[in-house]
Design a protein around this ligand. Structure first.
Ligand code: SAH
Ligand code: SF4
Ligand code: F3S
Length: 489
């Protein structure tokens, strides 16, 4: 056990707020010296969980006095990385090159890397070797210690007297590195800077125990840990008090929420408690693993006024043979039964999914099975990915497929997905439905972009002051995945 795991949450929060005060002094000093604001930029490369982590990072930076900007040419730039597929990693390496140019022009600039990629030892080696201008690297488990680490970065680690030794912080060349293999700590209650005033992600659990054979997430996010229901409810109440009307409950497999708590509680029970929170209008959750989705959950969604009629239910493959090799613990029939049961019970629900094409050993016939499931379920949207080898996962050791063949199969799946989704989305044409107004349209500032309960995007004429409100919109014109509509009083 590490020293930090013996400290309880309260002690750690106190310790971090002390470091936050120290860092605030540093930023103040810099501001005086430069006679201008000290800026910071946080870039998110990954999923909703990664985005939520970025809000925590931004929260700490803002509290320390940094002015947050969207330009990476800042005094402090943080890359919060993702390693789910190789192209995510490559994107980060490409962008790091550009950062080094900014740093040449502003030698005081600090560059920080964190997130899922930097949870991998081989990535840390590569950065310390080839991108030695990076000042600080940490992973996914120790974000809440950012103020402390930055204090070391600015003051020079040699000059800081540790109040307690932490063998997990090392200096490699010029880079300070702190990577934790695993953690049992859930440290919340530090400042958070939300991207949207009216909606927020809420972590209900961390990590993953499923070890799908293609997936890096369990290795970079650690074992599954659920937060106490009371903690989650308190956080959502505080968010609602702060203007939030929609929450997205986040976990890699929300259906197994609460099973390992001292007083076990099911995900459905948690949802029922969240539903009771006054002032909250919409509840979403992500992601549901098909193997654990209970009848109780379907019933809960059906009877709820707040839980949105949208389930993201990753299929990955429609072939039972491939699903077995992926260690998904369900087969084609079980998935179909489940998806069709959900649709039967909640007819207006939209089901979206993730699909991987090109898993080792996948044949044309296996892909036919995937296409068969897509057609039978009728997904409203599907994120289709080409399988990417992740070093250290069991599938990486399997014989890989020919790239050309995979590309052909991918195109077949994509075509089917697009066709099915178009048909699905079209079904609500002409209906008047509640829309949460999210932002001013990026192309046309006379339009507002909002989201239906089933997650479909709608653009309609409206003014900026509607943002954060729920209004009734008639879905007039289906444009593939989105609608053009009109507000109906
Ligand atoms: N916990 C979620 C998925 C999180 S990762 C679940 O089990 O459903 C998001 C998606 O990335 C996965 O659903 C999968 O489709 C895709 N993915 C994960 N590893 C991948 C890999 N090695 N290659 C390609 N896609 C991958
Ligand atoms: Fe990855 Fe599977 Fe865990 Fe999802 S459930 S994060 S795909 S290992
Ligand atoms: Fe990527 Fe990590 Fe999310 S690998 S998908 S950022 S959990």
């Amino acid at each position: 056990m590490n020293d930090f795991e013996t400290r309880d949450n309260k002690e750690e929060i106190k310790r971090q707020s002390d470091y936050l005060s120290l860092l605030t002094e540093v930023v103040k000093g810099l501001k005086q010296r430069k006679n201008r604001d000290i800026t910071a930029c946080v870039e998110t490369f990954g999923c909703q969980m990664n985005a939520r982590d970025s809000e925590k990072i931004s929260g700490i930076l803002k509290s320390a006095g940094f002015v947050l900007i969207e330009d990476e040419n800042a005094d402090l730039t943080v890359y919060n990385t993702c390693s789910v597929r190789d192209n995510a990693n490559q994107k980060v390496y490409g962008r790091l090159g550009r950062l080094s140019v900014f740093k040449k022009n502003n030698p005081d600039m600090k560059i920080v890397m964190c997130g899922c990629m930097t949870q991998e030892e081989c990535v840390i080696d590569k950065i310390c070797h080839s991108y030695s201008f990076v000042d600080l690297i940490f992973g996914t488990h120790n974000i809440y210690r950012l103020a402390e680490y930055l204090y070391y970065v600015y003051e020079g680690i040699e000059n800081v007297k540790f109040d307690d030794s932490d063998e997990n912080i090392v200096k490699r060349g010029k880079t300070i590195v702190s990577r934790w293999e695993e953690t049992k700590v859930i440290c919340e209650h530090l400042p958070v800077d939300r991207k949207f005033p009216y909606k927020s992600g809420v972590n209900i659990m961390f990590g993953c125990n499923n070890f799908c054979t293609y997936c890096i997430v369990p290795y970079v996010r650690g074992r599954e840990r659920s937060r106490e229901a009371d903690e989650i409810i308190d956080e959502i109440k505080a968010l609602v008090d702060d203007g939030v009307i929609e929450v997205m409950l986040l976990g890699q497999n929300v259906n197994s929420y609460g099973k390992n708590l001292e007083n076990p509680i099911s995900f459905s029970e948690l949802l029922k408690r969240v539903e009771q929170i006054e002032g909250l209008s919409r509840i979403r959750f992500m992601t549901s693993h098909p193997k654990d989705l209970s009848d109780e959950l379907i019933e809960t969604i059906k009877n709820s006024n707040k839980i949105c009629h949208h389930i993201h239910l990753p299929l990955q493959s429609g072939s039972s043979r491939i699903l077995k090799k992926m260690n998904r613990v369900y087969d084609k029939e079980k998935y179909l039964d489940l998806a069709l049961k959900i649709k039967r019970e909640i007819p207006d629900i939209s089901i979206t999914t993730d699909i991987i094409v090109g898993f080792p050993g996948e044949t044309k016939e296996d892909v036919d099975d995937t296409i068969d499931v897509i057609k039978k379920v009728g997904f409203d949207n599907a994120f289709t990915f080409i399988y990417s080898v992740r070093t250290g996962t069991p599938a990486a050791k399997m014989e890989q497929l020919d790239e050309e063949f995979v590309k052909e199969q991918f195109d077949r799946v994509l075509e089917c997905v697009q066709e099915t989704a178009r048909e699905q989305v079209k079904k609500i044409q002409g209906k008047v439905l509640p829309v949460l107004c999210e932002e001013v349209n990026k192309q046309d500032e006379n339009l507002i972009t909002g989201r239906l309960e089933n997650n479909t995007i709608v653009h309609f004429k409206g003014s900026r002051d509607l943002i954060g409100k729920i209004v009734n919109v008639r879905c007039d014109e289906c444009r593939g995945f989105y609608y053009l509509g009109e507000i109906v009083e």
